[in-house]
Design a binder for this molecule. Structure first.
Ligand code: SF4
Ligand code: SF4
Length: 172
């Protein structure tokens, strides 16, 4: 199945069963996955916490494509990377049934895995209404970053004049 930017979440999730095996856990030891729009509520309910309590105890913000997004805290121990706060000593995810959408869409053993991450990038991380987000996405593409159908700049910002002005910093 082809994954496009407009592929509905329910169809994307059909491609990413909630599996769990060693091959996909390396990422949990080096960082954590970003939450999707519905995840904070689901994780808070799973842990019997309020959303603010969850934020304070277990989440951190990081900026990608000029947008702030939540992800589980990373235990860095003085290094720039580290293990996810939800990665247990037994090597499991403590919130596996409700893990962040980016974690759920990590399908390391499937050839379509990168397309799922590009879907996440386009539907969660990049904000087409924010000129700086578009410029940073343009840099991602210019540096060889791949995308899926619906992810061309001209598709994200169909107004050619607006896109030109954004890329020339005439719209900040
Ligand atoms: S939330 Fe779970 S799957 Fe996601 S990085 Fe943390 S331990 Fe890994
Ligand atoms: S995507 Fe593949 S490697 Fe990753 S957890 Fe699922 S079965 Fe394992």
């Amino acid at each position: 199945m082809e994954v496009r930017k407009t592929t509905p979440l329910k169809d994307v999730l059909k491609l990413s069963p909630a599996c769990s095996c060693k091959a996909c856990k390396h990422g949990c030891t080096m960082g954590s996955g970003f939450l999707g729009p519905a995840d904070k509520k689901k994780i808070a309910e799973f842990l019997s916490l309020g959303e603010k309590e969850l934020e304070d105890a277990h989440l951190e913000k990081a900026t990608l494509f000029h947008q702030e997004h939540f992800r589980p805290k990373i235990i860095r121990k003085g290094k720039p990377y580290g293990r996810c706060t939800f990665f247990t000593d037994e090597g499991t995810c403590a919130i596996h049934p409700v893990k962040p959408l980016q974690c759920r869409l990590t399908m390391g053993c499937r050839d379509y895995g990168p397309m799922l991450q590009q879907w996440f990038m386009l539907n969660v991380l990049v904000n087409p209404d924010d000129p700086e987000s578009i410029r940073q996405y343009q840099q991602y593409l210019a540096s060889g970053g791949e995308t899926i159908a619906g992810g061309r700049l001209s598709e994200l910002v169909p107004d050619k004049n607006r896109l030109r002005k954004i890329l020339h910093y005439e719209i900040l």
